[in-house]
Ligand binder design. Structure first.
Ligand SMILES: NC(=O)c1ccc[n+]([C@@H]2O[C@H](COP(=O)([O-])OP(=O)(O)OC[C@H]3O[C@@H](n4cnc5c(N)ncnc54)[C@H](O)[C@@H]3O)[C@@H](O)[C@H]2O)c1
Length: 290
């Protein structure tokens, strides 16, 4: 019990996708908890910037480039982390991910499905596959997989994203069961909107991009708050961390009234489609008048 409470304090951690957003905020929060952190990202420059900020917060950090969609790079990250950290690794955060949305299944190009699956799903698989055996030997360890409320909300126009996040949640639940007799705690983070660079870095097209940005600005939680809640959740032994009330409501509603929930998402789709067609009409009018 005592060990679980101390897991995120003075941890030896690897965080993927820590050059921006939630991953960066997790690195800085671990730094405040006196952690030693291997900051990795597909962009070495971004990882180096986070590492500098971690050091400024009183933590120790190293930057490593790693594209999580490539198993060999994740294996190399694990190797480097073991060499860099003065003590054995005890926390892995599979955070790297991209956002995609705006098109219906059937319209989403197969290349976009593949891009999303390679990063959001294979990234989590690679991280769990490579790091779980290393963590199992530790007296107290943790794995955080960054999923999303999209794992269970089935919002329209987000097919590839929903699918990869549902899989990330299923992997986390399976891993938690398989590790239940070990000292490795598993947490799946399932936020709704968080203020990060996800829209700028991703492929959220058309009206969905503008809507996403508006909603994120208005209702998004700060990445710093999400990071604190997540790490405290891991320390408390929570498998599911849903930082926001809307995430918790969607989770419960879908379980209590699954058919009613499906009707609701259908209505949402009609609303989104109608908004889209009005915009198309306006665009056409604009073109005619322009
Ligand atoms: N922002 C939100 O509203 C939100 C909500 C739910 C879940 N999430 C999840 O949070 C995680 C972090 O996203 P964010 O919102 O902080 O976005 P972000 O774009 O600010 O940060 C993502 C980071 O991941 C890195 N990255 C992208 N592809 C990579 C790859 N192949 N290998 C390694 N690094 C890669 C990027 O360079 C970037 O630094 C993602 O898994 C995302 O799906 C975000």
């Amino acid at each position: 019990m005592f060990q679980k409470q101390r897991l995120t304090h003075q941890s030896r951690a690897v965080i993927t996708g820590s050059g921006s957003g939630i991953g960066k905020a997790l690195a800085l929060e671990l730094a405040r908890r006196k952690g030693l952190i291997v900051c990795s990202d597909i962009s070495l420059q971004a990882a180096e910037q986070t590492a500098r900020e971690v050091r400024a917060e009183g933590g120790e950090a190293w930057a490593v480039a790693c594209d999580v969609s490539d198993l060999a790079q994740v294996e190399a990250l694990a190797q480097q982390a073991q060499e860099l950290l003065p003590q054995p690794l005890n926390l892995v955060i599979n955070n790297a991910g991209i956002g995609i949305g705006g098109q219906k299944i059937g319209d989403v190009p197969i290349a976009d499905w593949a891009w999303t699956i390679n990063i959001n799903l294979w990234g989590v698989i690679h991280g769990c596959h490579v790091f779980t055996p290393l963590l199992k030997g530790q007296p107290a360890a943790g794995i955080i997989n960054v999923a999303s409320t999209a794992a269970f909300s089935a919002a329209p126009l987000m097919g590839p994203y929903n699918a990869t996040k549902a899989a990330a949640l299923a992997i986390s639940e399976t891993l938690a069961a398989e590790l239940s007799e070990t000292n490795v705690q598993v947490t799946a983070l399932c936020p709704t909107l968080v203020k990060t660079n996800i829209a700028a870095n991703g492929r959220i097209t058309g009206d969905s991009g503008a809507l996403f940005n508006r909603l994120m600005d208005r209702f998004g939680m700060s990445a710093e708050q999400v990071a604190r809640i997540t790490l405290n959740g891991l320390d408390r032994g929570q498998l599911y961390v849903m930082p926001q009330l809307d995430a918790k409501l969607i989770w419960r509603l879908k379980r209590l009234l699954p058919s009613g929930y499906a009707v609701g998402t259908g209505l949402l789709n009609r609303f989104v489609s109608r908004t889209g067609s009005v915009t198309e009409e306006e665009t056409t009018r604009g073109r005619l008048h322009g």
